[in-house]
Write a protein that binds this ligand. Structure first.
Ligand SMILES: Cc1cc2nc3c(=O)[nH]c(=O)nc-3n(C[C@H](O)[C@H](O)[C@H](O)COP(=O)(O)OP(=O)(O)OC[C@H]3O[C@@H](n4cnc5c(N)ncnc54)[C@H](O)[C@@H]3O)c2cc1C
Ligand code: SF4
Length: 480
């Protein structure tokens, strides 16, 4: 077999083709085209198998990246898919929306001088193509243990937990208050980053493996938490973080001011034609101002552009290099016509009965440091009003712990996150209750929620005295 370890010297990093801006802004389809088979294999062959795969360590689920790149290069697609699923329950999702520049690809040995291997696009390619070609998880060795576990929430954490439990012969029953699975994968992240058919395909796979979904069931309203505990051997909670962070300035309650998630959810309901009664927040011909600089702000920017807003201005109180979200999504926002105003602190949302603008002041970095970042100072005499017909507040989300935590003695951190790893990893202070994802970490990433769901499942298996057929690896990694 030919030695390909020096391929990176003559094959350049090539990203998948992007739709033209005109095509992008007039639809909600994903903006990246799939890789062609030869391109995927060629790009995979750029991995120099450096022997010290930092990419694996920086990947929160510790994917066996060089190994599945090699399998793909050799045309062994199904084996690559099998290996990829050993460590990741949603590889096709992570391949699409992980911020690879600060995770696997940022740590690739080739990153600085030659351009990182396109790990994310290849991960997506492997699962998409394997599923199309008929590959399914191998469940032939799985034997029922007679145990059953309730999972509250069908976001990435809940789905990952269900995946591992099912592969180990435990009946996983997922309770979800929405009528579709996926959590923020469905009702948050817009389709131009993640088409909803991807989540539906994953649902079919999980159901095929034996996972049961009970949709439209809210725990605490339709079924009480005590009933779950009584009817199941253990409970996993993955209910996310949904309390929008407020700006704390005057005018936030004015008509025409929206929180990011309410806006995105209303548009997804409209796109999916889910509930005709839900209000559709539509910014056609409106001047929109988005406050914030994370992934959610970028998603709001780009959704407003697709709704034919007259203008979309995004203000961030720090500079461009401090943006919290993925560089790729910022770049796409710029290409699609979003105007950015950096170093602007919102002071007030102004309006007479309805929003008319945002009063902002310019900022600079001060010398004091708080939580590892230099604090910002307002520059006197720089105030201005940015005219707006609609304002979106995208400052992130805080945990929204369910009310039963208190009644069941499930301990919380002062900021509302669930305390875990009290005994086993991701076990709460209630011995039969486990938790993971945003409700434990605070709002974070899909891949970290997947990691925690999988690790919690391992702890549940241990708690139930069951041997583990598939293992995940090592302790959680904190992602900068
Ligand atoms: C707009 C936006 C864009 C994002 N973009 C990215 C990105 O590009 N890349 C990335 O990696 N991450 C991104 N994230 C973050 C990512 O989506 C979350 O970190 C991840 O979804 C958390 O998973 P989870 O399973 O913990 O919670 P969630 O995905 O929030 O799922 C929780 C589920 O629990 C259900 N639930 C809650 N309470 C109950 C109850 N009482 N009974 C029944 N069901 C209940 C909810 O309906 C929901 O389905 C984004 C987030 C947002 C908001
Ligand atoms: S899961 Fe995310 S961080 Fe890990 S290899 Fe895939 S894209 Fe990279």
């Amino acid at each position: 077999m030919t030695d390909t370890t020096l391929n990176f010297l003559h094959i350049a990093r090539a990203e998948p083709a992007k739709l033209s801006v005109d095509a992008r802004v007039s639809s909600y389809t994903e903006i990246y085209a799939p890789l062609a088979r030869n391109d995927a294999a060629q790009q995979a062959s750029r991995c120099l198998d450096c022997g010290n795969p930092f990419c694996e360590w920086k990947c929160p689920v510790h994917n066996h990246i060089p190994s599945w790149l090699k399998l793909l290069e050799e045309g062994r697609l199904f084996e690559a898919a099998e290996l990829s699923h050993r460590t990741n329950s949603l590889p096709e999702v992570c391949g699409r929306i992980c911020p690879q520049d600060r995770l696997c690809e940022g740590a690739c040995t080739l990153n600085d001088a030659f351009g990182a291997v396109t790990i994310g696009s290849i991960e997506k390619y492997i699962t998409d193509e394997a599923l199309k070609a008929g590959w399914r998880p191998d469940m032939t060795e799985v034997r029922s243990t007679g145990k059953k576990v309730a999972i509250v929430g069908s976001g990435p954490a809940g789905l990952a937990c269900a995946d591992i439990l099912t592969r180990n012969g435990v009946k996983a029953i997922v309770y979800e208050r929405q009528l579709r699975i996926g959590g923020l994968l469905t009702f948050g992240i817009p389709p131009f980053k993640l088409e909803k058919t991807v989540v539906e395909t994953r649902r079919e796979i999980l159901e095929g493996m034996g996972v049961e979904f009970r949709l439209g069931v809210e725990i605490g309203r339709d079924v009480m938490f005590e009933e779950l505990l009584a009817d199941h051997d253990a409970v996993f909670m993955g209910t996310g973080a949904y309390k929008a962070v407020e700006g704390g300035f005057p005018g936030e309650q004015l008509p025409g001011v929206y929180t990011a998630l309410n806006y995105l959810i209303s548009n997804i309901h409209h796109q999916l034609k889910l509930s005709p009664t839900q209000e559709w927040i539509n910014f056609e011909n409106k001047r929109v101002v988005v406050l914030g600089g994370g992934d959610t702000a970028m998603d709001c920017n780009r959704t407003a552009i697709r709704q034919s807003a007259q203008s979309v201005t995004c203000t961030y109180r720090r500079g461009q290099s401090d943006l919290q979200g993925s560089k790729r999504d910022y770049q796409s926002s710029v290409e699609e016509g979003v105007q950015f105003l950096f170093n602007r602190q919102p002071l007030e949302i102004v309006g007479d009965g309805r929003v008319q603008g945002v009063r902002v002041a310019q900022t600079r970095l001060g010398s004091a440091v708080s939580r590892g970042r230099r604090v910002i100072e307002i520059i006197e005499g720089t105030e201005e009003i940015i005219p707006a017909d609609a304002v979106i507040i995208a400052f992130g989300f805080n945990p929204s712990p369910p009310s039963w935590c208190e009644t069941q003695g499930i301990a919380l951190h002062p900021d509302g996150r669930i305390k875990t790893s009290v005994g086993l990893p991701f076990q709460t202070s209630h011995q039969r209750v486990f938790a993971g994802g945003d409700m434990v970490r605070g709002s974070d990433l899909v891949v970290t929620a997947v990691f925690e769901g999988r690790e919690a499942a391992q702890s549940i298996l241990r708690q139930l005295g069951l041997a583990q057929r598939l293992s995940t690896v090592n302790a959680p990694i904190s992602v900068a």
